[in-house]
Write a protein that binds this ligand. Sequence first.
Ligand code: NAG
Ligand code: NAG
Ligand code: NAG
Ligand code: NAG
Ligand code: NAG
Ligand code: NAG
Length: 588
Amino acid sequence: MNVNSCMFLLLMWTSYACASKIHHNARVTVKNEGISRFAFENSNNIFIKLLSASNITWVVINERLYYIDTTQDFRPKPVNVNLCRNDLTCAARVSVLTEGANGNLLFLCGTTDEEKTMCCSLNSTFSLTNCFDFEHYKPDINEPSLLVGDMLYFTLSEKGLYRINKNKERNIWPPSTQTEQKYLKLIAGEGQHKDKMYSFFAEKHKNKEDESDQWIPRVSQNCMNDKGGPKGQLQSSWTSMIYARLECGKRDFTQLIDVATIKTTHDTKIYALFRNYWNMSAVCVYNMTEISTIFNSSQFNANNVPVSHRPGTCVVDSTQLNGEVLTFMKERPEMKQTVKPENGPLIFRHHHYSHIQVDRVQDSTVLLLSLESGGVHKVLERPVQEPVFVIAEYLPFPHGSSIASMILHTSENLLYASSGNELIQIDLATCGVYGNECVECRLSRDPYCKWDGLQCTIAEKTAQDTNNCDKPPYDAPSRTITGANVPVISVQPSSKYFLVCPVISHHATYHWYHSGTLEECASTDEGCIYLIESMNKTHEGSYRCEYTENGITKTVSYYELSMSLSNGFIPILIPHALLLLTAFHILL
Ligand SMILES: *[C@@H]1O[C@H](CO)[C@@H](O)[C@H](O)[C@H]1NC(C)=O
Ligand SMILES: *[C@@H]1O[C@H](CO)[C@@H](O)[C@H](O)[C@H]1NC(C)=O
Ligand SMILES: *[C@@H]1O[C@H](CO)[C@@H](O)[C@H](O)[C@H]1NC(C)=O
Ligand SMILES: *[C@@H]1O[C@H](CO)[C@@H](O)[C@H](O)[C@H]1NC(C)=O
Ligand SMILES: *[C@@H]1O[C@H](CO)[C@@H](O)[C@H](O)[C@H]1NC(C)=O
Ligand SMILES: *[C@@H]1O[C@H](CO)[C@@H](O)[C@H](O)[C@H]1NC(C)=O
């Protein structure tokens, strides 16, 4: 401890303020525990794209494909793929990376500088199969893509949704649009809608009245068997694409930032991350049943709606659609009814998020949200009328790093995130960070964790564990702190000294009690500190640090201080393993 840090502690001491009762901040901060970092050669400004498919995490780093199989080893292993058809020396960048179909692990494309693209499946023995190539339009790895059967769907922002396959006759591309669009997710329909495709995107429209740019969040639906129109009328273009507007909050959350989905037993839920003009974040939850019902039954926000055929309905041969319908489809028909969230938005006034992933754990929904400062929040979804609960803040990157992509490997409880030069992995079931007692495990409210009688440990993902600390398995009795075998610390007269009480929860209030009198403590990164500026007789006696959270009060640290008699005596810290505390001494 040097003089500067002493000054810092003194400043903290005087500026200490009580925590407010509503907690916007994460309860626990995690900087290292459960976080693994992957190092790469030439790791400056590397491009990383992540995909979790077939229980393997795939990573494109710069131009190369790697995979991480956590059941074997943590190191990303390169996959040798040559995405050049005849010319083995061409330099093809990976331009599409998506889940494989028909038992293949992966589907990927490579595009050369000459704008030639080759796409292949990667089969289970890591060989490229079913390759085909095309020219004239080049996919972008940052855009969403989806393989359904042998049809590749991909988007190009500014343009729209494309469909290509080996049989070029069935290729479809979007009509040219003048608006700026940002595509975020493609979802194939299910059940009675499995013949349809849904695209989630943000569209910027210039508001002519106030000249300000405004975003409109949208979802579109099209038929997968769409063949385009006849010659001259929407030929090789969508004839079934219809649009609806997503609503989140009172129309002020309009900028759609990211979309994640989870499957429930009868439905797919869409978790959409929004931002408003003031950069506040909100998450709105939609379901596919509601979205497809709106497309099937809402009125159109247009005049001259064809009566012979409901626009957007799938037909066997779209080239046979009549001219009235095709003319109507050219106008990008929008539904009158907007898609409303299941509940109100979950609003995060104090944090700016950039990516979302969702996991279902023990009947709870956990949101993983990346912060613009480079952190990741693990958030428990709660009824909208209750304040949002941030279980933990992970700080895997240096402050100010921007997270470029984030992907959840749900069967392994692992979250991968990449910045401009690093790839990290967070083990979401690192339960030791919450403390060593049953109540601490319970207060964490982390559905990935449960108390097993000895420690806070990984919970079964689908089980229902209740951390009831009043009945077995509860705290082992040896963990309860008693006045016996308390460490006695000798401190030199007139010397400076401080005691540290480790702070786990930022939602708890911590206090020191000195011989029964409550003493405020100074909060620092190290914990809650009790500072003695100059040791004298009145500082002798017992010191106990206690936290209070959610009506639970617990002693964390216990010390006994005495003043040493001889001047040259160097104080010895007597560690007390069960108390889990650290104390530093300062010799002035
Ligand atoms: C992934 O792993 C989980 C559990 O290990 C298993 O239930 C699931 O079927 C696997 N999925 C695939 C696509 O292999
Ligand atoms: C994968 O493709 C390669 C090359 O076409 C082939 O030799 C191999 O048998 C395939 N593996 C499987 C599991 O189909
Ligand atoms: C919102 O964030 C953007 C980019 O981070 C910034 O340019 C803009 O000024 C912010 N707007 C407000 C109202 O703070
Ligand atoms: C669409 O709505 C019609 C009635 O308006 C109904 O007969 C049909 O079953 C619905 N289709 C789907 C796929 O929901
Ligand atoms: C789907 O969303 C609608 C509208 O938000 C809601 O009324 C309905 O209850 C939701 N369905 C399910 C299964 O949650
Ligand atoms: C001991 O120090 C405290 C301040 O830390 C001071 O208020 C008190 O007067 C001192 N007592 C004696 C006996 O010097």
